[in-house]
Design a binder for this molecule. Structure first.
Ligand code: AMP
Ligand code: ZN
Ligand code: FE
Ligand code: FE
Length: 279
């Protein structure tokens, strides 16, 4: 299977597989490259490099950075970032702390809803990883109040749901600036999945234009949860703005839809993306 799967998660955030598993799987599939993009962390880089050594797999090390706009989370994929760039390190740390505080608030919401999960159990399930909603969903499933992650999200945890609490993150423009300053390349993740409080679908194009002015390089138009209409629309938006069009599986380890390699970006696009890097 040719191409680069530019969007994957591991146990370093809310995925179910290790970074080593993902690298081995990518090699077995014959992928050209693999994006290592855990939420708000660069913790998987060393393990990914060690596992990929001696193989033909090209790693694109990055993070899926949390931003927010009008109370809705917006995710930016930052590739080839310098994991030691201090302002980025500081912001990632702040985001992880915010995730911990937010998890406490979400646990409170579940308790009010009569679902008895504890923060300690959630923290245990997350281990060293930044706490994400999938960890909270797992704790809920353990109580027997729901039988699948899907069900927990549909009933409680999806954006705007009764147990949903927003994360306080930076603006999308600031996120792009920070990733670019860290010598990275910023790509807007799954734009079709952002709801808006006013009920309108999607992310305002003016906001994308502001991100472009800040250095946005691409849009992940192809994603397993996008409808064909989303993919078409955001491909057109990207082309219209002179941006690269990327694809990734958003692999979290269990599902069939988001299996590794489910969506791939051609090598020439990755080569062009790399040229967006500021020296
Ligand atoms: P968080 O970063 O804590 O807000 O959680 C975001 C993660 O939750 C995403 O990366 C997905 O893994 C998962 N997620 C978000 N929305 C849904 C949904 N509607 N159904 C299932 N999983 C979801
Ligand atoms: Zn996730
Ligand atoms: Fe995301
Ligand atoms: Fe993701």
């Amino acid at each position: 299977m040719a191409g680069f799967d530019l969007h994957t998660h591991s146990v370093c955030s809310d995925g179910a597989t290790t970074v080593e598993d993902n690298v081995r799987r990518a090699v077995a599939l014959g992928l050209d490259g693999l994006g290592v993009t855990d939420h708000d962390t660069t913790a998987g880089f060393a393990a990914a490099m060690a596992e990929a050594e001696g193989t033909d797999l090209e790693l694109v090390l990055g993070t899926e950075f949390s931003a927010e706009h009008a109370g809705v989370s917006v995710h930016l994929l930052g590739y080839w970032i310098d994991p030691a760039y201090e302002p980025l390190v500081a912001e990632l740390e702040r985001l992880r702390d915010e995730r911990t505080d937010r998890a406490r608030r979400i646990v409170g919401r579940f308790q009010e809803l009569g679902i008895d999960i504890t923060f300690d159990r959630v923290a245990e399930l997350a281990g060293a990883a930044p706490i994400g909603r999938p960890h909270l969903a797992q704790a809920v499933i353990e109580t027997g109040a729901a039988s699948s992650t899907r069900e927990v999200f549909d009933r409680y945890l999806a954006d705007g749901g009764p147990a949903y609490v927003e994360k306080h993150a930076v603006t999308p423009v600031r996120a792009v600036e920070l990733l670019v300053a860290a010598c990275g390349v910023a790509v807007l993740a799954h734009p079709g999945l952002y709801g808006r409080r006013d009920g309108a679908e999607g992310i305002p194009v003016e906001l994308v234009e502001e991100m472009v002015a800040a250095g946005l390089a691409g849009i992940e138009a192809e994603h397993p949860d996008h409808t064909p209409e989303h993919t078409r629309r955001y491909r057109d938006v990207a082309v219209g703005l002179g941006l690269e069009v990327t694809a990734g599986s958003d692999h979290h380890g269990e599902g069939e839809l988001d299996r590794l390699g489910a969506a791939t970006t051609p090598r020439e696009v990755v080569e062009r993306l790399r040229r967006w890097r500021r020296a």
